[in-house]
Design a protein around this ligand. Structure first.
Ligand code: CAA
Length: 389
């Protein structure tokens, strides 16, 4: 039985901060961002946008192509959770009007949880071929002002349907994985923003790739030459170039810098405009590859590398299905990216780094910034109230 990704759609916020604006504010050469880390813009979520509204926005259009009553589980991966107990998928279940015979779970392991959700979803479908699982990876990447991470913020959510006979990508059995207990990136419960040991985190990412790849080849017998396209977790798009160069060195493959850039560019295109979306970034990279590849990818093998700080990583593969282009959301993805509103630095600080009044008392009324179909309207008696417009 073939099991895999049947549909994929992503959503992001309505605002962005350009890294040109950011560079001017910080007095830094803009090429540090455009070239050095490979980022042009970062999506900024206003106070009435959170991972629930982003997830709802990502999932909503899928139901024009699949019956909502047939969804048997929602697996929502995030490291920007809104509650320590109630799962964000429960809010989502209500907002999307899903059937009551549906399981709701939130998963966490830094940026890896999206891949974990995908693996779990596959397991459910293999156990019962009638399962149709909604997997969503949704995150808002937030670091302290003036910290090294500030230039690598962003947000986004990727929603996928996992089922048998998928229309986009059949996931192949076998993968490689690797874990270690390290402190490269973390966010204690009392903090709004993440802490990161920036340079160390990139070293741990690259080491994890090396170890994961060795495990992948030992487990599956597949080699570099068997894979046509590569998708990487993208904290910033230059990371994929560092990662892929490491892989070519490890495998002894000769690839010029130009060839490497050409190979990775279709996968990097959207993330370059959105910034980091943690759990979602790998899957937004996959959507970007499917939407922007220079040729029909039918029958080609895609390798996907997920990395979650702390750390867990996994490398797995999938084969692109014939006719996949008829089931993409390319136009909508591009429209969203192009129709965000730019912020100046002062507005960005106001929207992004100011706590809404009354938050700790559990009484907040949120001004209307979010122009999407779903928004967080208020918090009353510590209960989050969402609206669908
Ligand atoms: N023109 C061109 N390139 C320039 C330049 C210019 N004018 N100025 C600087 N650069 C280059 C530098 O040479 C450097 O390139 P290399 O990495 O190839 O050496 C690059 O731009 C970045 O410059 P710095 O190293 O000086 O930048 P920085 O000190 O601000 O740190 C960073 C960069 C560590 C990535 C920082 O942005 C950060 O801490 N980000 C958050 C952590 C992160 O994203 N880690 C990734 C791995 S962890 C993970 O993947 C999980 C996750 O999602 C967080």
């Amino acid at each position: 039985m073939k099991v895999g990704i049947d549909l994929i759609h992503f959503a992001t916020a309505d605002y962005y901060l350009g890294l040109d604006t950011f560079a001017a504010e910080k007095g830094v050469d803009v090429n540090k961002y455009y070239v050095g880390i490979g980022q042009e813009r970062m999506s900024i979520a206003p106070p009435d946008e959170d991972i629930v509204t982003l997830a709802a926005k990502a999932a909503d259009p899928l139901f024009n192509h699949i019956e909502r009553d047939k969804i048997t589980a929602v697996l929502l991966a995030t490291e920007s959770g809104v509650d320590q107990s109630k799962s964000a998928s429960a809010y989502l279940h209500g907002l999307l009007g899903l059937h009551k015979n549906c399981r709701l779970i939130e998963l966490k392991h830094a940026c890896y949880a999206g891949a974990a959700a995908l693996q779990m979803a596959q397991g459910l479908v293999h156990a019962n071929p009638n399962e149709k699982v909604l997997v969503i990876a949704a995150d808002i990447a937030k670091y302290d002002v003036d910290s090294s991470g500030e230039a690598t913020q962003g947000c986004g959510a990727a929603a996928m349907i996992i089922k048998r006979d998928p229309r986009l990508l059949t996931l192949e059995p076998g993968s490689g994985f690797y874990s270690d207990d390290v402190m490269d990136f973390w966010r204690p419960n009392y903090r709004e923003t993440a802490l990161v040991d920036g340079k160390y985190s990139t070293k741990v990412y690259l080491n994890s790739l090396r170890e994961t790849w060795k495990h992948f080849t030992a487990n599956t017998g597949r080699r570099y030459e068997d894979i046509d396209w590569f998708c990487y977790h993208l904290p910033f798009t230059k990371m994929a170039e560092k990662a892929h160069r490491q892989l070519t060195r490890l495998t002894g493959v000769e690839l010029s810098d130009d060839e490497l850039k050409t190979l990775l560019a279709p996968m990097q295109a959207y993330n370059r405009q959105l910034g980091n979306s943690y759990t979602a970034s790998l899957f937004i990279g996959l959507a970007s590859l499917l939407d922007n590849a220079p040729e029909d990818l039918t029958g080609q093998r895609i390798g996907l590398f997920s990395y979650g700080s702390g750390c867990v990583s996994e490398f797995f593969t999938g084969i692109v299905e014939p006719g996949y282009r008829d089931h993409l959301f390319t136009e909508d993805h591009r429209w969203q990216i192009d129709h965000r509103q730019p912020l100046d630095y002062a507005d960005y600080l106001q929207l992004y780094h100011t706590q809404p009044e009354g938050l700790y008392e559990g009484q907040v009324v949120l001004p209307e910034y979010n122009r999407g179909r779903y928004r967080l309207k208020a918090i009353r008696d510590h209960k989050r109230l969402y609206e669908r417009r």
